[in-house]
Design a protein around this ligand. Structure first.
Ligand code: 4NP
Length: 149
């Protein structure tokens, strides 16, 4: 079986989606599952930048090294390069649907209950830990689903 290709998408690609990529990578490795992972942002303002220092620190405190990631903007070709695309919130999902080429597989929300991963960028330090809590739970559910495919 070829490794499933998964893309995580938020707004800036410096907080939530790099964290999602890092958490899913670590959890997949722990399960011995081979995946190809990337992340992108619907906005391009931070293209080329590493993850936000606050997100890097919160992730590192839990053992996730996301420092090598660099932001990039989501593009229509992403729908061909990836088998599944996970949006962090409903706004990201709507923006992704707007750039999806006709006939593309539908992007879905990261959280299995359809809730949003709240944007931590303008909030306090707690927000980054809340994001990681949500992503760790979502990652397990996502990997459980993939393991059954
Ligand atoms: P992210 O957070 O979408 O989780 O990467 C944000 C990062 C930057 C901005 C907004 C959200 N910004 O407006 O620059």
């Amino acid at each position: 079986m070829t490794a499933p290709r998964l893309l995580f998408v938020c707004l800036g690609n410096i907080c939530r989606s790099p964290a999602a990529e890092g958490v899913v990578r670590a959890r997949a490795l722990a399960r011995g599952m081979a995946l190809r992972l990337d992340s992108s942002g619907t906005g391009g303002w931070h293209a080329g930048a590493p993850p936000d220092a606050r997100m890097q620190a919160a992730a590192a405190a839990r053992g996730y090294d996301i420092s090598a990631q660099r932001a990039r903007q989501a593009e229509p070709a992403d729908f061909k390069r990836f088998d599944r695309i996970f949006a962090m919130d409903r706004s990201n999902l709507a923006d992704l649907r707007r750039i999806a080429p006709l006939g593309s597989p539908a992007p879905v929300l990261m959280l299995p209950d359809g809730a949003d991963v709240p944007d931590p960028y303008y909030g306090g330090a707690d927000g980054f830990d809340q994001v990681l809590d949500l992503l760790e739970n979502a990652a397990e559910a996502l990997l459980d689903g993939l393991a059954q495919d």
